[in-house]
Ligand binder design. Sequence first.
Ligand SMILES: Cc1cc2nc3c(=O)[nH]c(=O)nc-3n(C[C@H](O)[C@H](O)[C@H](O)COP(=O)(O)OP(=O)(O)OC[C@H]3O[C@@H](n4cnc5c(N)ncnc54)[C@H](O)[C@@H]3O)c2cc1C
Length: 568
Amino acid sequence: MERESLEMDVVFVGAGPANLSGALHLAQLVRQHNEEVAAGARQGTPLGEIEIGVIEKGTTVGAHILSGAVMDPRGLAELIPDFVEQGAPLESPVKEDYFLYLTKNRAIRSPITPPPLKNHGYYIVSLNRLTAWLGEKCEAAGVNIFPEFPGAELLYDKNDCVVGVRTGDKGIDREGKRKANFEPGVDLRAKLTVLGEGPRGSLTKQLTERQGLDEGNEPQVYSIGVKELWELPDDRYPAGRVTHTLGFPSDSRTYGGGWIYGMQNRILNIGYVTGLDYEDPLLDPHAEFQRFKTHPYVSRLLDGGKMIRYGAKTIAAGGFFAMPRMYGDGFLLVGDCAGFLNSQRLKGIHSAIKSGMLAAKTIFEALLANDFSAKQLQRYEMLVNDSWIIPELRKVRNFHAGFRNGRWAGLVNAGLQFVTGGRAWGLLDRARAEPGHEAMKKLSSFGYRGDNLEQRYDGLRFDGKVTFNKVTDVYHAAVGHDEDQPVHLHVLDTNICATRCAEEYGNPCQRFCPAAVYEMVEGGNGQRHLQINFSNCVHCKTCDIMDPYQIINWVTPEGGGGPDYKGM
Ligand SMILES: Cc1cc2nc3c(=O)[nH]c(=O)nc-3n(C[C@H](O)[C@H](O)[C@H](O)COP(=O)(O)OP(=O)(O)OC[C@H]3O[C@@H](n4cnc5c(N)ncnc54)[C@H](O)[C@@H]3O)c2cc1C
């Protein structure tokens, strides 16, 4: 097969806030250096034209970006100090913070907002719009952006040094045969490859396994955020109001909480986070969110409104002890790929931007030294350690682990952290974590009968007004995948599904997937088998994370496939 090969200096995989900030800052550093050398203000040789590329699997920059989001502007202010004047798409400054504890029927407002949830000085943003804007800034600075180019595999030299990325082939049918429109993926060869794929990146996963990037760490743990945008009929929830909730509908053993943010033009941004280390195999994060909306406080807010968008995405919540090695021969990891999110504040945009900038500084120095070895790139880790990212994460290093024993233990632990500077339960410097899927218990330990897998959500009805089933919601994620392509969700052993998994866990993939991708159906022979509706996939990666047997492998589909998260 003739495969095109493109030489670049630096290739960034994923057009999220981390990589776009990295690409933009690198372009700025190179330009400034070249200008100063030319003007005699700096010694050295000019770097000349540096080819910087960003590849993105979505149809446009931002199409696959889903976040809350309340943004701490610290990172953006360092990247673009006059971001307000330059017209960054900000929905509103945060004007009010509410923190509510929800019982089944009541909403109790906390007289004080816990400090980590205070958002004064921050902005409500649509991260989809903000990344699209950053993408424009990158292009204006000379960065090449390639949407619809999924990174399918990393390229290595004989010394296992990363030397670029191969993008996915186009025009392959379901059986793996070439169609008339077949186009082989391109080899983007680069001195340096930066992985900014967000949580549970598919290339990052491969690289982590191959080079043991997570050795000595606690396993990364995740949450999933399920979200809708609503158009309200009036100004009942002003732009700039931020509400966080705890309690209903999560049970006290499950990590979870809700958010409600007021955006411009009477748009309400509402969502629910569920920890992907839950125990109950019948739990369904999408159903948890739907139940959240049935709470009298929330349903009153939505009354007469219209749901206009839907989406779901995972969040890397492990924090400080789950951070992998973030550099190696020929590569760097930035943003959520490197686990820089502060899960106590549910904020990762600011640190994603900052990590991109620190990666850019490292790359700039590597270009000057013409050295892309792990030894040179270790500088990135030093820069991260010296930045504000690490002190912020260290203070909350045991936050998520504290919830392993349930909500109340987690809250006590979170409170004690303030006094002890981050120790777990006031004592331990480092609490142990376990991979989230290992927390899931079998049906039998909950006393569930295998013939009624709906029992956890008895009473939850999808009325099409406030609550929606997954298929209706997925329609509002504007998901598109060419149906005639290989399934991108690789289930390594489907024999388990109708037998062992059905008996032990009741096929939890049908519930943890927020997009109705997995379905157990009756075949012609009366046997049940797994049907994968891959065209529904919203690329959240929950299946890759939460499958109890770890036999689901999410890989990139054909470029351009996936959701379109406009305004999310
Ligand atoms: C529901 C939810 C709520 C959140 N709320 C907040 C909040 O209120 N405040 C806050 O600060 N943070 C919040 N976060 C976290 C924040 O969104 C992330 O920390 C931040 O987006 C991380 O940026 P990133 O660039 O590392 O990755 P991402 O934003 O995930 O971007 C990764 C990009 O890479 C692309 N990509 C992935 N793999 C490939 C591949 N192989 N080839 C090509 N492209 C690829 C993806 O399509 C995507 O565009 C929230 C996250 C979620 C999910």
